[in-house]
Design a protein around this ligand. Structure first.
Ligand code: NCD
Length: 304
């Protein structure tokens, strides 16, 4: 039985195979139209989501499978006090594979102890978000033709942004990758991730002003300030508009820069940037569907 709890559960060669399959699925989706017929995906979302939940459902439906699930904790027996492990054990009786999102860090890891179907972490608190990372890797590889030798700028809420944490863990495994961390001091990357970078000898630098470094980047990964993880509203209000990417700032960037964002965006990218050919966040959304098709396929293959 294979699960996907953290991105490092997959080896680099497994990721390469997954991205190859996802590229083919994107090119010829109809060829995969009944490959999961009769199979059921359960999406258990204890925390709200648009892209992640709908892209999982779209992925399964595109392959001829079916979906069931809930989109908030109050719509499940959690509201009656049921434990997560009991919920997972129950849902495993009704489905072949489970995608779950939970506000608590580590919840998916606890859940797999009792699961006899593959479980995919669709985001756990401020911790990890491995399927967003697969989406990001697919997008980077399609745009740049490689995952190594890149300077990646990550901007915004690096403290609570789980997509940033998983992406750094993933990209750290490719040679000659350099990270440029752009955040206010309060929203810096957690120490354990800095420690991992240092232990692995991976170059990184930290900046507060986007304008100082945008010209040196291959990728600029923008993120939303994660309001729901703040302890007080005043801090959120003070920090929420620290970075706003505008066409004026894009003029400081090179022609090969690619701007990514896991979405939803709030204010951090002006809609005036959307028509810039270097802005690829909506194509990134599209990739999310195909990479999840590939992931479901591979996990189900591994679990028969
Ligand atoms: C992200 C998430 O849920 O962590 N969204 C997503 O899955 N695409 C980013 C965010 O909510 O800011």
């Amino acid at each position: 039985m294979r699960h996907l709890i953290e991105i490092t559960d997959l080896s680099r060669s497994e990721i390469a195979a997954l991205l190859d399959l996802a590229d083919d699925m994107r090119a010829r989706p109809r060829d995969y139209g009944d490959t999961q017929k009769g199979r059921i995906l359960a999406t258990l979302f204890f925390e709200p989501s648009t892209r992640t939940r709908l892209s999982f459902e779209s992925a399964m439906l595109t392959m001829g499978g079916s979906v069931l699930g809930f989109s908030s904790a109050d719509a499940s027996s959690t509201s009656k006090g049921e434990s997560l492990q009991d919920t997972i054990r129950t849902v495993a009786c009704y489905s072949d594979i489970i995608a779950m999102r939970h506000p608590k860090e580590g919840a998916p890891l606890a859940a797999v102890q009792k699961a006899d179907v593959p479980v995919i972490n669709a985001g756990d608190g401020g911790h990890n978000h491995p399927t967003q990372t697969l989406t990001d890797l697919m997008t980077i590889r399609r745009e740049k033709g490689r995952l190594d030798s890149l300077t990646i700028g990550l901007c915004g809420d690096l403290k609570f942004g789980r997509t940033v944490h998983s992406l750094i863990q993933a990209m750290s495994r490719y040679p000659s990758v350099r990270f440029v961390l752009i955040s206010p001091p309060e929203l810096r990357l957690p120490d354990y991730l800095i420690q991992n970078l240092d232990d692995a000898g991976i170059p990184w630098e930290s900046h507060e002003r986007m304008e100082d470094v945008i010209g040196s980047l291959d990728i600029l990964y923008m993120t939303r300030v994660q309001r729901e993880r703040f302890f007080n509203e005043a801090d959120y209000v003070r920090l929420k508009d620290t970075y706003v990417l505008t066409p004026e700032k894009m003029r400081l960037a090179g022609p090969d820069l690619r701007v990514m964002h896991p979405l939803p965006r709030v204010n951090e990218i002006s809609p005036r940037v959307d028509d810039d050919p270097r802005a690829i966040y909506f194509d990134q959304v599209r990739n999310g569907r195909y990479v999840r098709m590939a992931l479901i396929t591979k996990l189900l293959e591994a679990s028969v």
